[in-house]
Design a protein around this ligand. Structure first.
Ligand SMILES: Nc1ncnc2c1ncn2[C@@H]1O[C@H](COP(=O)(O)OP(=O)(O)OP(=O)(O)O)[C@@H](O)[C@H]1O
Ligand SMILES: [Mg+2]
Length: 321
């Protein structure tokens, strides 16, 4: 049986060699973000009325779900005050200008407003840090209006609770939950390369896998867990509503009527997949059907070479068994 050719152990090795962000790099990037956070803290001590209230590492680097190909460090920045512009371009200028004040040892051109975030680039080594604004009105749980990186709209959400949500599930399935997320995101990257206009937001992948974990899916065998992920997508057609009860009653969650409905686990009024069309849902289902077939074929395949070829349909040519 070809589980002998490629099984859990081979996927573990592939993940370490090709998929995961190595620990030393992650530590370095986290230190880079911490450095900015500490600088802002220092500035706030001297200027307690400053509009920038707090910076928080968010995104995959904070959740431990980052890929080797990570290309930016996501940091959320809470902004409050009566003179904060609501126009998105003005807001980015405003944020950049305040960041330049808080980080006087950075050259002004190292702090650049982009469409929906402000980029701080480090001279020499390191990745850029993308600073995403959250308009903040003093909520004690740190809810605020996050600028959606897809379209610049404002989303009411809570990044610290998102981190807590994932952390809680990571503690239930140890390293396996985060590892299956990373393998699934690696598959998404490959689909994005091969299919025009393919979209599948990392946060949505995480919510689907969270739902599967909550429903009792075992994550300890990676071929099996991935097969379950692709089956879930194929069987649900991406049209099954996903809602959690960590922070509100499921019955309170709005029904949005969009093709994909994955409700933000921290805000029942926010549909994370609001912008996805039926055609985009269908593309995800098609891709998952292909990947599921490939794994089925791999698990039945008599020769090692063909088994690897089937797995390459899931992960691309970087997969060498
Ligand atoms: N539609 C949304 N509603 C609420 N929060 C969101 C939404 N999209 C993103 N977020 C927040 O932004 C964070 C980053 O999400 P995103 O999908 O960009 O990916 P990521 O985890 O950084 O993965 P990667 O950058 O590796 O693809 C999420 O963990 C969540 O806190
Ligand atoms: Mg990110």
């Amino acid at each position: 049986m070809s589980i002998d050719h490629v099984g859990h152990a081979e996927l573990v090795k592939f993940a370490i060699d090709k998929v995961n962000l190595p620990r030393d790099k992650a530590d370095k990037f986290r230190a880079q973000a911490r450095n900015l956070r500490e600088k802002l803290k220092g500035y706030l001590k001297e200027h307690p009325d400053f509009a920038l209230r707090k910076m928080l590492l968010s995104g995959s680097l904070a959740k431990g779900t980052g890929l080797r190909t990570l290309n930016d460090i996501d940091v959320a920045c809470y902004i409050s005050g009566s003179d904060v512009p609501s126009d998105i371009d003005d807001l980015m200028e405003y944020l950049a200008e305040r960041l330049r004040k808080a980080f006087p040892n950075f050259k002004p051109e190292q702090v650049q407003p982009k469409t929906y975030c402000v980029t701080v680039s480090f001279a020499g080594t390191g990745l850029d840090v993308d600073i995403v604004p959250i308009l903040y009105d003093g909520d004690p749980d740190w809810y605020g209006n996050l600028v959606n990186q897809d379209d610049g709209s404002f989303l009411r959400t809570c990044v610290p609770r998102h981190l807590e949500f994932i952390r809680k599930r990571k503690s239930l399935a140890e390293k396996d939950f985060a590892q299956v997320i990373r393998l699934a995101k690696y598959w998404v990257r490959k689909e994005k390369r091969e299919r025009d206009n393919f979209r599948f937001k990392s946060f949505m992948v995480e919510m689907i896998l969270s739902k599967m974990l909550d429903d009792g899916q075992d994550f300890s065998d990676y071929p099996e867990a991935l097969q379950a992920f692709f089956s879930y997508i194929a069987n649900s057609g991406m049209n099954e509503r996903i809602v959690f009860d960590d922070y509100y009653l499921k019955s309170k969650a709005e029904v949005f009527g969009t093709p994909i409905e994955i409700i933000d686990p921290v805000n029942e009024e926010n549909n994370v997949s609001q912008l996805y069309t039926q055609a985009q849902a269908d593309d995800i289902v098609d891709a998952a059907l292909d990947a599921g077939d490939a794994i089925d074929a791999a698990l039945r395949c008599p020769t090692k070479q063909d088994t690897i070829r089937h797995w390459q349909r899931v992960f691309g040519s970087a997969f060498q068994g």
